[in-house]
Design a protein around this ligand. Sequence first.
Ligand code: CTP
Length: 403
Amino acid sequence: MLKGKHIILGITGSIAAYKAAYIIRGLVKKGAEVQVVITPSGKEFITPITLSALSSNPVISDFFSNRDGTWHSHVDLGLWADAMLVAPATASTIGKMANGIADNMLVTTYLSCKAPVFVAPAMDLDMFAHPTTQQNLERLRSFGNQIIEPATGELASHLVGKGRMEEPDKIIAVLEDFFERGTLLKGRKVLITAGPTYEKIDPVRFIGNYSSGKMGFALAEACAVSGAEVALVTGPVSLQIHHPNIRRVDVESAAEMHQACQEIFPTVDAAILCAAVADYRLDNPAKEKIKREKSGDLLLHLIPNPDIAASLGKVKKDNQVLVGFALETNDEFQHAAEKMERKNLDFIVLNSLRDTGAGFRCNTNKVSILMKNGERTDYPLKSKQEVADDIVKQLGSILNARI
Ligand code: CTP
């Protein structure tokens, strides 16, 4: 998977810099081409001679070559890369990357890099735990960068805690896994619905639900990272997309979501319906703000919304895969199996509100996947990103088995 891949390895000033030598060796052994970019303080910990001998490439540290004045183009380097890995990444470099402080070649290259970026932090436990570092890492995550979490163990300070850079073979495995996943949905088009729908009561009020959209957005990212072109039809959420292969279509009501899905579905290989669509809407939303009556109840007359999943299930072609979700509170497996049948789904992802950490607004989820042929896989509690990866693996294996 790493054969022929162009990897920029950014090295910063940390005791763990010696491990970068093992990373280069491992990457080169697997056929990757490595270009090292090192910060000035990185050179205090490991010499460019060692790094250039291992990578068979000159090591870049300055904006210009001191010898002949050649400009080192961080722009060209950023475009050359299939991935950039910063390992070890100090708190200082993470802070600079998070805030665009481009005062060295490594950070300028990072800002020019269009390829996916991986960051392997290395620092003392208290530095790692500090809210500044955590906020900077969160910011990098929000840019779509992947943080390779440090391990817990003995640190340079002889204290024991979380902050030790992950071992080189594990870091290399993360990159391999990334490139392997990039082929799973290559050339595929996927439609994803996410978030809640809002059904108008009057110009200032609506009927909504607690869906945050996190699961649907994680799925969109996971499909895009796996090589798919994604259309993400989302209800009102406060989330951002990061991957360039995701086209976001914002809608508000179930009717708008339905229309967008009907237009897009004929053009895709698969649809994952993750949105919490309101089952009912007002038959006649008020044109003006409803005023409080002095006495008496307010009655709202609700009519059914279209079932988007069922309507796509009706027109689904043999080569298309339709995936639904079921959020249940009781008789979970029975309800999920009925929904799969009723909506003509290929598989359904079940989560139960009885499981702690599953469902709305959490960052985690605990799911079971039920297949049309009756097979069932139960997964442990995982982050929504990891759950998305599991779902994408299932989807990929069905689509690829059909070729
Ligand atoms: N769904 C949909 N359109 C709707 C309702 C649901 O596309 N109007 C999709 C959801 O995105 C999900 C699946 O259908 O993939 C199941 O949603 P859920 O709300 O659990 O099912 P309902 O059919 O609404 O059944 P109930 O509310 O009775 O549990």
